[in-house]
Design a protein around this ligand. Structure first.
Ligand SMILES: [Fe+2]
Ligand SMILES: [Fe+2]
Length: 139
């Protein structure tokens, strides 16, 4: 997957691009864990725990990301980006309810693929765009 470009020299300028990208990597690791559960019915009960960990990590990440945006970018840009995060948090709520209602290989796979699609899109489009804005600003 194509991730937003990280340039280590920006760390010196006070923007921690590396930790944001590290967060993104952890989120995709959780999605992979969820996908790998599909072939292990004996472990289906862990799907909810993995999704909860994903959600906790996502929340911590968006707080960090939005703090950086607030420090450097116009309010309108921050608000638009925060709305996307809020929409994703709503999806996560829906996914948790669906999993609690029915923990099957179909539900787990559907959720894992939906998460993957949503977050790949968020990263390759929206996060990439804000990281580009931040990096332009600091030149
Ligand atoms: Fe984001
Ligand atoms: Fe992000």
């Amino acid at each position: 997957m194509k991730q937003a470009h990280v340039d280590i020299k920006h760390q010196k300028k006070g923007i921690d691009f590396l930790s944001l990208n590290e967060d993104h990597k952890v989120l995709f690791d959780y999605i992979e864990k969820l996908k790998s559960l599909v072939n292990h019915p004996e472990n289906y009960q862990y799907a909810i725990t993995i999704l909860e960990h994903f959600t906790t990590h996502f929340l911590e990440h968006v707080i960090r990301e939005e703090q950086i945006l607030q420090q450097h970018l116009p309010e309108k840009v921050v608000q638009e980006h925060s709305l996307l995060h809020q929409k994703e948090l709503n999806y996560l709520d829906d996914f948790a309810s669906a999993l609690k209602a029915k923990t099957s290989s179909h539900t787990i796979l559907t959720i894992a693929l939906a998460l993957e699609k949503e977050f790949k899109n968020h990263l390759s489009k929206h996060d990439k765009e804000i990281l580009r804005k931040l990096s332009d600003l600091k030149r």
